[in-house]
Design a protein around this ligand. Structure first.
Ligand code: TNX
Length: 564
């Protein structure tokens, strides 16, 4: 490790690594748990690549893709085989080659790489470990390994080294809001590509909200016929305006299956979110009978402005509950992951106070005001618990925003702490699993420098329209400086599954702007989610962004905010 740090310091001074400047990068993002240099290098050009017969098919496929790309860009073919006597050749280290070996002693998602001047031996216990080892190997090769053009001017060597690596957290997520603005399957794929390079493993896909329903549901076709489109959008920060342009879109089930498979091949699981029982105005516009009788104004419309809508589901009506179970049932069948996110945030319960169905349900369930929790809040608890139970029957667990902690929450729910860290600290102390996504550090829809004039219009501009400077912008350094366990008592830390950045898109309408908000802050997220905090070093990280990672984003055609 010491050598790694010295080399990193050298890199910081010279911007590159000795004479192998064009071929070797010394800093991996996210920083591995341990990295020790040996002497010399291994040339991968035309090298034989050997897969342990015990490796599963997806692992071999990933190795083969790496080999194909290496052959293409280096101009000399590498072949992939499962040789006889693998153990002997590897132990002896006599036969030149790369060896991918299944090794149950390596932790889940972890990998080990041992490189001598003759052989690279890679060990992992799972396909994710194999995928992550390949990402690390790519980062040690010339940038052109990510391209499709032959590059004869680079040397295709990697440094001799010993790497031992495994993630700090098992949930390393990014949330994309595709409701306020809609982003194409191609754009989602592009984001998945970059996530994979940096070992992130969960895409939380926000698929329903007041301003648009984005996922095809067979049993309720109007959700996408009507709910996926709105009659215009407010302009900038003017609540009274409407640009008059019909806006919308949705993903078919086939498109979603395609995205799921694309993500899975990159080690990423999709966590779909159906936000309930608030944030449902698009569904109400599609099926008004699911709303509260006294709701004004009628009829419902897919919302054209941002904010928290007062119009919520009538959960006192059994038909609404049936609707929710039908929708979640189709979502559970579509998405193979273990988690379904059921939202739960920002649900104003004013309508429930006067709605006869909701009040009858409250009476039937015997819900009373108790300990500062209103009967209406308890009614939301009932909805959450019912959906949790329904989904458990389909083998799924729920995640909800931290509002679900109000009142009573059944065992086994996972809480996403977004209103700062308090909800996460409390939930962990109560024995719930937690994902930290505090808006104090992880909200990447917020402005990323203090200078309001220089940044594109954002939600931060809405809050202080008269000011020139923002007090605590979510800068790259601020994301990087966040420690998800920082405020969690030692005894509760095991409850923290991980960390996530959220990109809400009220004020983000184009792919270029989306990418500008994502990058490079998502690279900082990668390091706080994966690396041991003792390995963190903002200056070295920033330097590596400048010399290697941002040029990679350039090569991929990904937009990002330039470093200050
Ligand atoms: C709060 S975070 C919301 C979103 C908004 C976001 C804007 C959360 C669970 N709800 O509906 O888009 O703030 O930053």
């Amino acid at each position: 490790m010491k050598r790694f740090l010295i080399a990193t310091a050298l890199l910081a001074c010279f911007g590159c690594f000795g004479c192998a400047a064009k071929t070797v990068e010394t800093r991996i993002v996210p920083a591995p748990a341990s990295f020790e240099y040996g002497k010399g290098t291994l040339n991968l050009k035309g090298i034989n690549i050997n897969c342990d017969p015990a490796l599963d098919a997806p692992s071999v496929r990933a190795v083969r893709q790496f080999s194909d790309r290496l052959s293409l860009v280096s101009g000399k073919t590498s072949s992939v085989a499962s040789p006889i006597g693998l153990a002997r050749t590897v132990e002896g280290g006599k036969i030149k080659g790369m060896y991918f070996i299944k090794d149950a002693s390596v932790p889940p998602e972890g990998y080990r790489i041992s490189v001598s001047s003759r052989a690279a031996v890679i060990r992992a216990s799972s396909v994710s470990g194999v995928l992550y080892s390949l990402q690390t190997l790519r980062q040690m090769l010339p940038l052109s390994i990510y391209g499709t053009e032959p590059d004869n001017s680079s040397r295709w060597t990697i440094p001799c080294c010993e790497i031992e690596d495994a993630p700090r957290f098992r949930y390393r997520g990014l949330m994309l809001d595709c409701c306020r603005h809609f982003f194409s399957v191609d754009e989602v794929r592009k984001v998945l590509d970059v996530m994979a390079f940096y070992k992130l493993n969960r895409l939380h896909w926000h698929l329903s909200d007041d301003q648009g329903w984005r996922v095809e549901i067979d049993k309720y076709p109007r959700l996408t016929e009507i709910g996926a489109f709105r009659n215009g959008t407010m302009v900038g920060g003017d609540w009274k305006s409407n640009d008059g342009i019909r806006y919308g879109g949705y993903y078919t089930k086939d498109q979603i299956r395609d995205v799921i498979a694309y993500a899975e091949a990159r080690g990423i699981t999709i966590v779909p979110e159906i936000d309930l029982p608030g944030h449902m105005q698009a569904a109400l516009a599609s099926y008004p009978e699911l709303g509260c009788a006294g709701s004004q104004p009628q009829p419902y419309e897919v919302w054209t402005i941002w904010g928290v809508s007062r119009q919520v589901l009538n959960v006192g009506n059994e038909k609404t509950m049936q609707f929710l179970e039908d929708v979640l049932g189709e979502i559970a069948d579509l998405f193979p992951g273990e988690y379904i996110h059921i939202g739960g945030d920002e649900c104003p319960r004013d309508e429930w106070k006067t709605d006869p169905d909701c009040q009858a349900k409250i009476a039937e369930l015997g819900l009373t005001a108790d300990g500062g929790v209103s009967p209406e809040a308890r009614l939301q608890n009932y909805v959450t618990a019912r959906m949790q139970k329904f989904l458990a029957g389909k083998g799924k667990k729920i995640i909800g925003w931290d509002e679900i902690l109000e009142g009573e929450l059944a065992e086994g729910a996972t809480v996403m702490s977004w209103r700062g860290t308090a909800g996460g600290i409390k939930a962990a102390s109560m024995g719930y699993d937690v994902i930290m996504t505090p808006n104090s550090h992880c909200y990447i829809d917020y402005i990323q420098s203090e200078d309001m004039d220089k940044e594109p219009f954002s939600i931060s501009h809405m809050w202080s329209p008269k000011k020139k400077k923002v007090k605590t912008p979510i800068t790259l350094e601020r994301v990087y400086g966040y420690d998800p366990l920082g405020e969690i008592p030692a005894g509760d830390q095991g409850r923290i599954l991980g960390v996530q950045c959220n990109l809400w898109t009220e004020y983000i309408a184009t792919p270029e702007h989306l990418e500008y908000m994502l990058f490079p802050r998502v690279l900082a997220l990668s390091e706080i989610a994966w690396s041991d905090p003792a390995r963190k070093d903002f200056d070295a990280f920033r330097q590596c962004l400048a010399t290697r990672q941002l040029p990679l984003l350039d090569l991929l055609g990904v937009n990002y905010r330039k470093l200050d």
